[in-house]
Design a binder for this molecule. Structure first.
Ligand SMILES: Nc1ncnc2c1ncn2[C@@H]1O[C@H](COP(=O)(O)OP(=O)(O)O)[C@@H](O)[C@H]1O
Ligand SMILES: [Mg+2]
Length: 249
């Protein structure tokens, strides 16, 4: 087989870039963890009571170090996925229980903006083959987007269906602005955001859906969406169905 010099150079450059991202992210994480820890101790006033304006400044600092954490985690995740370093342990799980767990995890985020998360419809014996932590990560990404783009006091509704034999689907419907037609073909690209000022205004970097797509495809699942501008968005994940297992023994 003849492999062109250009192809090998591109591959090498890609590898160097991935290693660079991994190293920088790791190096950033350690000092950031101690900054976050120190800020949290100050916020708890362990060094004594603080004036209101100092507490406000601490909140800004703590929120921004949290954003940096999320960004570094996303960068590390995408690097690991691209270089095939993520290990998946696929086992049968009750999809209804997983969705309920994700709702519990993300409800506090919604509550802060008056947004309610609920499971509107499910199926009996909806068992899927998946890696629990990776699936919860994927579903949480969809739920946090739905919350982020919902109007205040909006509803985010989950539904479990069986679109065809051997496949189960969980859909996340929101009442947000929807996805502009012109952006739809780029939505799963790394760093893609319909509105680039969102990084500042709403947080996030445009990596969440790229990570989610990779996670789902590595678990023999898929991701998709239906959206019309102004009509909300419905993002869905599919997974292969599995035979029910008895976890009580
Ligand atoms: N539920 C949603 N409603 C409206 N727009 C969305 C929704 N989910 C994703 N998007 C659009 O897709 C972009 C990419 O999403 P994502 O990859 O999760 O990145 P991030 O959340 O970091 O911006 C978002 O910036 C937004 O423009
Ligand atoms: Mg996101």
């Amino acid at each position: 087989m003849v492999v062109s010099r250009g192809y090998l150079c591109t591959k090498k450059a890609e590898r160097i870039k991935q290693n660079f991202i991994a190293t920088v992210s790791h190096e950033l994480r350690t000092p950031l963890t101690s900054i976050t820890g120190a800020l949290s101790l100050l916020e708890k006033e362990v060094v004594g009571e603080l004036p209101v304006n100092v507490r406000q400044m601490l909140k800004v600092a703590a929120n921004n170090s949290q954003r940096l954490h999320l960004l570094i985690n996303d960068l590390l995740d995408i690097e690991k996925l691209v270089s095939d370093k993520v290990h998946f342990v696929l086992k049968p799980y009750d999809l209804t229980a997983l969705v309920k767990e994700a709702i519990l995890m993300n409800s506090p985020l919604g509550e802060a903006q008056g947004i309610t998360l609920s499971l509107a419809a499910t199926l009996e014996n909806a068992w899927v083959l998946t890696d629990k932590d990776r699936f919860l990560q994927a579903l949480s990404n969809l739920q946090s987007n739905a919350i982020k783009y919902s109007p205040a006091n909006g509803q985010v509704t989950m539904t479990i269906t069986q679109p065809k034999e051997g496949v189960l689907c969980v859909a996340v419907q929101d009442q947000g602005p929807g996805i502009p037609e012109s952006f739809q073909s780029r939505i799963f690209e790394k760093f893609a955001q319909a509105d680039t000022s969102d990084t500042r205004k709403k947080g996030g970097t445009g990596l969440g859906l790229a990570i989610t797509k990779q996670l789902m495809e590595r678990m023999q699942g898929s991701i998709g969406f239906i959206s019309e501008a102004g009509q909300g968005s419905c993002f869905w994940l599919t997974l292969p169905a599995a035979t029910q297992v008895d976890n009580s023994v």
